[in-house]
Ligand binder design. Structure first.
Ligand code: ATP
Length: 236
């Protein structure tokens, strides 16, 4: 069974329709990438799935349960977690305090601060540091850890590499691959097409709210993906 099954999401901002019926599926241990240029509708899609933005229509099913009508905090409690663009840590709070905030969904599960430190040893030595003093990559790892503290079955991340150095991007993706290998379903919004092609289990490219390419990495190429980001429909 798929962990996350999203069908035909339509969403907009006032008169503007930003997402025109987008579907995606993420199974346990799969990393699905949503790529596309600025303004393609990727953030609106993720926020609609998480319930932070009210979709006009469409369905979100998590572990076989339809959560489309639930508000965001109930979707989180059902096991769906969103790491927003910019990470939104509290800069003056310590790493541990930021991680603890992720517990607020009060789901039962294996994650504790100590378990996060075991999974991401780089964070353990930063336990008492203010989050604002960390590098971008470390902050992204804290944001991922905070999402895990809610014991999700699916994690969505917006713009993982945005504003990070190449080394920091590696750190963030190392953390994500570990999370994937634990059997979580992951949906990543990423503008870096090479990273998408090299890392994804399944690729969706959006342009102006539509899916212009949906393919496995082995079925597509950088050229096709670039062309799809400009609105040319290819693949299947
Ligand atoms: P980016 O990478 O720039 O975040 P994106 O692919 O995530 O782009 P969205 O942020 O979802 O795209 O934006 C899709 C469309 O919706 C764009 O035309 C954008 O201008 C518009 N939009 C996004 N947020 C709002 C808002 N709060 N109010 C009005 N229009 C919005």
């Amino acid at each position: 069974m798929s962990t996350l099954e999203v069908s035909d999401i339509v969403a907009g901002h006032g008169q503007l329709q930003a997402v025109h019926g987008v579907s995606l599926t993420a199974r346990p241990g799969e990393m699905i990438f949503v790529a596309g240029a600025n303004g393609a509708g990727k953030t609106t899609l993720l926020r609609s799935i998480a319930g932070d933005h009210m979709a006009t229509s469409g369905k979100v099913v998590l572990s076989g349960v339809d959560i489309s009508e639930l508000p965001a905090h109930h979707r989180a409690r059902s096991g769906l977690s969103l790491v927003p663009e910019g990470r939104r840590l509290f800069p003056h709070m310590t790493v541990r305090e930021n991680l603890m905030l992720g517990m607020s969904t009060s789901r039962e599960g294996p994650w504790t601060v100590e378990a996060i430190y075991e999974a991401f040893p780089n964070l353990a030595k930063l336990d008492n540091s203010p989050a604002g003093k960390l590098s971008g990559g470390e902050q992204q790892a804290v944001a991922i850890g905070r999402a895990l503290m809610g014991d999700p079955v699916a994690v969505m991340l917006d713009e993982v590499s945005l504003g990070l150095s190449p080394a920091a991007v590696e750190l963030a993706y190392d953390a994500l691959k570990q999370v994937r290998d634990m059997g979580l379903a992951i949906v990543v919004v990423e503008q870096d097409l090479s990273r998408t092609l090299n890392t994804a289990d399944d690729i969706i490219v959006m342009c102006e709210g539509n899916v212009t390419l949906h393919a496995k990495p082995s079925e597509t190429s950088l050229e096709q993906m670039a062309s799809a980001s400009f609105g040319h429909e290819e693949g299947h």
